[in-house]
Design a protein around this ligand. Structure first.
Ligand code: GTP
Ligand code: MG
Length: 171
């Protein structure tokens, strides 16, 4: 068949938000791993949709590795930003990291699509995706297309909706 168009995606967000779990679930079931451990540095992963072949830079969200993110900004054609919807204490930290990202010279003036996953919606103390978008002030993002999906990466719920949106933005 036709070769799919290749797209570089950066997967960002705080540690423990579920980035690696989400990327793993987007792979075909025979390529998924069972045991997911905290990412050290970053890991390069691939998954395909109907028309695109995604190469994902799955970055570690741990504080000591967050300074690695910016080295990959230039190559990124889209961003997946993952939030743990149950981690109310660190929502302000997630916002700080998002604001730093959005103000970075390699990101600021580019019309990169940003897909947000308000992840862990299965947890009892998770807040809604509307509330997450309010706490992160997403309405202030005017120069980039963005979209937020509630997700449960363990069950895989909400992931397809997000990736369909991303695919439409890149087409
Ligand atoms: P770093 O690599 O350290 O930046 O973390 P990460 O964002 O890649 O998180 P990871 O995918 O390793 O998931 C962290 C923990 O959250 C794991 O125990 C996952 O099983 C769990 N987890 C991920 N997504 C969900 C979800 O939607 N619901 C619940 N309940 N747990 C989740
Ligand atoms: Mg990880």
């Amino acid at each position: 068949g036709l070769k799919k168009k290749e797209v570089h995606v950066l997967c960002l967000g705080l540690d423990n938000s579920g980035k690696t779990t989400i990327i793993n679930k987007l792979k075909p079931s025979n390529a998924q791993t069972q045991d997911i451990v905290p990412t050290i540095g970053f890991s390069i992963e691939k998954f395909k949709t109907s028309s695109l072949s995604f190469t994902v830079f799955d970055m570690s969200g741990q504080g000591r590795y967050r300074n690695l993110w910016e080295h990959y900004y230039k190559e990124g054609q889209a961003i997946i930003f993952v939030i743990d919807s149950s981690d109310k204490l660190r929502m302000v930290v997630a916002k700080e990291e998002l604001d730093t990202l959005l103000n970075h010279p390699d990101i600021k003036h580019r019309r990169l699509p940003i897909l947000f996953f308000a992840n862990k919606m299965d947890l009892r103390d998770a807040i809604s995706s509307v509330k997450v978008s309010q706490l992160l002030s997403l309405e202030n993002i005017k120069d980039k297309p963005w979209h937020i999906c509630a997700s449960d990466a363990l069950k895989g719920e909400g992931l397809q909706e997000g990736v369909d949106w991303l695919q439409d933005q890149i087409q």
